[in-house]
Write a protein that binds this ligand. Structure first.
Ligand SMILES: O=C(O)CCC(=O)C(=O)O
Ligand SMILES: [Fe+2]
Length: 382
């Protein structure tokens, strides 16, 4: 009899003593395929009745809210200054209050979005061995490839997720490494078509966010060299889970990126993402034809804390599987980002950091119980 115990990803890490270790991470898709009723122990989170701290407790308050929705077309319409001003105001309030907002009228053709959906579903439709064989190795490139998580010990609760992560930009970033799934044959083409559209949206949003915060127009975008900036693509697959009350799809985190662009497929699978707002976990939903944007740590630093990267997580569902595709837009690792200074920012809370140093720090300490990596770029309060 075939057993899903034979399917695992290998995750390498340095343990607390600095020893190199490899953990065998069970492949969630294969466990779910068996239609099990019990959650394997390594995925269960311990929830204590006495834990009243909403940040670390597992339970969500039953709040569901619609995020502010911003029309990209209006943001781009320089010939309609009134519509634009209204949209900039919405953008500023969404970004400030939530660190997240939905964008509609984004101009990405439906066929491009469907193209991504089709190749992703086809990839995850392959057997485990086929998927593994289809994706090459990243060797020493961190946190990339098929199926790895932030796994740092044998005892940490594992996320109920399978994922594949790639570097889509800069051009040539993965030259010589065969890391794009080879199956389906058009996987890379479909994702790259989307990435090209996404880059123009992200660039326009960075300028619009600067304008909305009354900063110099390219205050943020100036950090993104068109030939050097990075776009990492993460395809997340959350299979149906037998115990949504005990397992999380994705551990709470903030994104390291400057901006993250998120798409999800299928209206039925809209539930899953939750954001911590006013110390409550709030479920966020958005229509499949729209995209979700969130602020990442690097933009929090650039904006000197005017914008905050939201702490978010993904919950699982019992009968539904869910896919999402996250694009992480970052300046090149060598870029030194400098927090915006103006007369109003008297307390120099954030300090300049080299992007690569920040990312390294974040990867080293993640996962953390609370938003912690950002302290790396803060000047200690006197
Ligand atoms: O699947 C989602 O909705 C969120 C994914 C996410 O937060 C991430 O990939 O960093
Ligand atoms: Fe995230």
């Amino acid at each position: 009899m075939e057993s899903s115990d034979n399917f695992f990803h290998e995750a390498s890490y340095l343990d607390q003593e600095g020893q190199f270790r490899t953990s065998r991470v069970p492949v969630v898709q294969e466990i779910a395929r068996r239609g099990i009723k019990h959650l394997p122990k390594r995925f269960a989170r311990v929830y204590s009745q006495h834990n009243r701290d909403p940040v670390t407790s597992f339970l969500a308050d039953d709040v569901s809210e619609f995020l502010p929705s911003v029309s990209m077309a209006n943001l781009r319409a320089r010939f309609k200054p009134e519509d634009r001003a209204q949209e900039l105001a919405k953008l500023a309030s969404g970004a400030r209050a939530w660190g997240m907002f939905v964008i509609k009228d984004h101009g990405v053709p439906w066929s491009v979005l469907q193209g991504v959906r089709d190749v992703v579903k086809e990839f995850f439709g392959l057997s485990f061995e086929e998927k593994k064989a289809s994706v090459g190795s990243y060797v020493s490139v961190d946190n990339m490839g098929y199926g790895r998580n932030f796994v740092k010990s044998e005892d940490q609760p594992l996320d109920w997720i399978d994922r594949v992560t790639m570097k889509a930009a800069p051009a040539g970033a993965t030259q010589g490494l065969h890391v794009w799934p080879q199956r389906p044959a058009n996987f890379r083409h479909a994702i790259e078509q989307y990435v090209a559209e996404a880059r123009s949206i992200l660039n326009d949003l960075l300028d619009a966010l600067a304008e909305a915060l009354l900063l110099e127009r390219h205050a943020f975008l100036q950090n993104f060299d068109p030939n050097e900036s990075e776009i990492n693509v993460r395809v997340n697959y959350y299979p149906p889970c037998p115990r949504p009350d005990l397992a999380l799809g994705l551990t709470p985190h903030s994104d390291a990126s400057a901006l993250t662009l998120l798409m999800q497929f299928d209206p039925g699978a809209a539930g899953g993402l939750q954001v911590l707002k006013d110390m409550k976990w709030v479920s966020v939903t958005w229509p499949p034809e729209a995209l979700l944007v969130n602020v990442g740590d690097l933009l929090e630093i650039m904006s000197n804390g005017r914008l905050k990267s939201p702490w978010h997580r993904v919950v699982t569902q019992m009968d539904i599987d869910r896919f999402s595709v996250a694009l992480f837009y970052n300046p090149s690792p060598q870029t030194e980002i400098e927090p915006i200074r103006d007369c109003s920012s008297s307390d120099e809370e954030y300090k300049k950091v080299v992007v690569g140093d920040y990312l390294q720090h974040l990867y080293k300490i993640s996962p953390t119980m609370e938003k912690e990596a950002i302290n790396f770029s803060k000047t200690p309060k006197p």
